[in-house]
Design a protein around this ligand. Structure first.
Ligand code: BT5
Length: 322
């Protein structure tokens, strides 16, 4: 067993240096060195002469072994890569997908220097948030899959509700919002040869522990974080684990029985449906009332000239009388 696993198995009790050495298959000197390494990564480990070692606390850093500890999934997050700094986790996940990494691989970064939104927009990703990408290999043409960005939004909404009690809404097509403020954004991208999807990369950015001053002035009034909403720091690792659990559950359901029930959940917690909106897509703007989500994830807007369906676009809510 790995040293960390042996310390964990002791459930906060002291374990003697001798037993630790035996169970981890290490020399006493090697143990001391590894304990120092774990401490440098943020683990609090007590060492008391004649009593031994004790794991006091694990850091809230999404290291692969922290994610896996108590993770209730079969695939999602079982392989994970943690990077202190990277350009974009979506780019790295695409690279790993092309190199054959398995379904469920998670790429997570403490900080992104070139985080991306849709249409080349940038995603501000300083330390303290959750910025990650998942590799999925559905083995089906994209046309047979429902909108995975909405599936991920539903899973993320559930995880946030369970961990913080906050009731956030899903703003079509890919945001989570609280009030009018953006809390998370999702970027789904397909990788592979033309016409043949090898992998889907699902990129998720969730503002967790940023303070107001951490947002650049341009988005300070339109963005928020869980910490700002809850008034306390929120632990990222349990939230991530719970997201992975719900995401796997919904994704499996989608593959085995594509009845898209998650779209009903998205509709029930939508920040868009029932409102008067202006949708800007492909250079044109349409005004009307957002009336429903179709099974393919399209947003249906009732306009003076009839119903219009959108697969992507920017939605702006208008006043009811609009
Ligand atoms: C999105 O795009 O909302 C998708 C964001 C996906 C980010 C994740 S992080 C992990 C993975 N790796 C990546 O490189 N990306 C994904 P879009 O709907 O285009 O919204 C982008 C707009 O949101 C920007 O133009 C800003 O106005 C705003 N924005 C940027 N950073 C933000 C933040 N941290 N919080 C709230 N709003 C932000």
């Amino acid at each position: 067993m790995e040293l960390l696993a042996v310390l964990r198995a002791a459930e906060g009790e002291f374990i003697s240096g001798r037993r630790l050495a035996e169970e981890a298959g290490l020399t006493r000197a090697a143990i001391w060195k590894q304990v120092e390494e774990l401490r440098a990564r943020g683990y609090r480990i007590e060492a008391v002469p004649r009593r031994g070692y004790r794991l006091v606390a694990a850091p809230d850093i999404p290291y692969p072994e922290e994610i896996r500890h108590g993770l209730a999934t079969d695939r999602l997050g079982r392989h994970a890569v943690y990077l202190p700094v990277i350009g974009s986790t979506n780019d790295e996940a695409k690279r790993l997908a092309a190199a054959g990494w398995p379904e469920g691989t998670l790429v997570i970064a403490e900080e992104q220097t070139a985080g991306r939104g849709r249409l080349g927009r940038s995603w501000h990703s300083p330390s303290g948030g959750l910025w990650f990408s998942l590799i999925l290999r559905p083995g089906l043409p994209l046309s047979e899959l429902g909108p995975l960005a909405i599936l991920a939004a539903v899973a993320l909404r559930r995880a946030i509700l369970a961990e913080t009690g906050l009731k956030v809404l899903i703003k079509w097509p890919n945001d989570l919002v609280f009030g009018e403020k953006k809390l998370a954004g999702i970027l789904a991208e397909a990788g592979g040869e033309l016409g043949r999807v090898e992998a889907v990369v699902l990129g998720i950015g969730l503002n967790v522990n940023q303070g107001e001053e951490d947002f650049p002035p341009a988005i300070r009034s339109s963005a928020t974080s869980l910490r700002l909403l809850c008034g306390r720091e929120v632990r990222r690792v349990p939230l991530l684990r719970r997201f992975l659990f719900h995401c796997e559950e919904l994704y499996r359901q989608e593959l085995s029985d594509p009845s898209r029930t998650y779209l009903e959940e998205a509709a029930a917690h939508s920040a868009t449906l029932g409102r008067r909106v202006r949708v800007v897509a492909g250079g044109t703007a349409v005004e009307g009332t957002a009336v429903r989500l179709d099974p393919d994830g399209a947003l249906v807007v009732a306009t003076a000239g009839g119903e219009r369906r959108f697969f992507t676009g920017e939605v702006e809510a208008l006043r009811a009388e609009g």
